[in-house]
Design a protein around this ligand. Sequence first.
Ligand code: NDP
Ligand code: MG
Length: 384
Amino acid sequence: MQGIAILGSTGSIGKQALEVISLHPDRFFVTALTAHRNAALLFEQVRIFRPKMAALTGEEAVVPADLSFCQFYFGPSALEKVAAEAEGTDVLAAVVGVAGLKAVLAARRAGKRVLLANKETLVAGGEMVMDVCREDENGPTLLPVDSEHSAIFQCLQGAGPNRYDKILLTASGGPFRTWERARMLKATVEEALGHPTWNMGAKITVDSASMFNKALEIIEAKWLFDAVPSQIQVVIHPQSIVHSAVQFKDGAVIAQMGNPDMKVPILYAMSYPERLYTGTKELDLFALGSLTFEAPNLKKFPSIRMAYDALYAGGAAACVLNAANEEAAGAFLGQKIPFGSIYHVVEAALQHCGHLPARDFEDIERADALAREAARKAMAGQLK
Ligand code: NDP
Ligand code: MG
């Protein structure tokens, strides 16, 4: 039996992880669950999956008497405690934002295998995270859950000593792919939340609309697959059937396909290298008929360019990009800034922060705080 702790169990990824665990009760058991504020759903999940530990990171709550078999912890530090101390081998990092970074580091220090959905962690603390996530005698210690990165990881299975030439990172293009730029800059929250192919949490859905999600994924790919920026090509593929592809030096391109369903990459990370039943809809190529691909529009979506710039700049630039985007996406969701301002806020924060080092956790924390402050100033009109 494989024990899995789920950080962020009340979210979109967390709930789907519990669904696939329910399909394989003879293989997996839940060791811990965490939520931020949704105590009601967390209690319900604890009642069903009976973990020994649980955490509510955003507030305190009175635990129902029938859940006395489970030890509850409260507050932000509870996330690290659960990540390090839950029994079992695996920790699924499915919280949103850089809030997951300390917990991922704590999980690895405790010798856990990390299944990573929480891409912001890798974007902000890439070098530090990869340093503690080297392969060990049991294989990889960090398994990607993000669908594109799971696809790339799958395409690289069996590649042996052959390095790839290029990563073809696919993107649906989001809800504004066909919109005029001027119209997109004024899009409402409701319009931004209408993703054409994936049903996800609010923050990543806004990121998909601004294409900051793809920007984060370029940086995520750099760290996971040790790529240089010129080896990562974004490919717009509106049907979201090809989840990404890898090109090798002999010209062969291997792609991973399937209907858009996060249960597939979530379960693959859990069961790797085995494949288990997910219950996903079978891919019907005849019904699809055709798949299309186009180049990204970097003028309309400057987020993609900012990701490459941040990678070339090095230091804590990616951490600044991530933190400023978290602030801007949050402000847009709270209807405090227009959609188009997300780009200005991130760009202004990057320029304002300049070169910052990323040698250790304190550097990352400092860069994250400076970027958030710069983003807030930019939103208040106090930065150009
Ligand atoms: P959701 O917003 O749906 O869920 C987030 C989860 O994290 C919830 O359990 C939430 O608790 C908890 N949480 C929120 N804020 C904090 C915090 N500050 N500290 C600790 N826990 C917190 O997000 P998603 O499931 O969509 O995404 C999770 C991660 O996975 C993100 O990094 C995203 O980029 C990545 N990802 C998601 C995909 C998807 O299809 N959804 C696809 C690929 C990657 P509560 O419910 O109490 O608020
Ligand atoms: Mg993705």
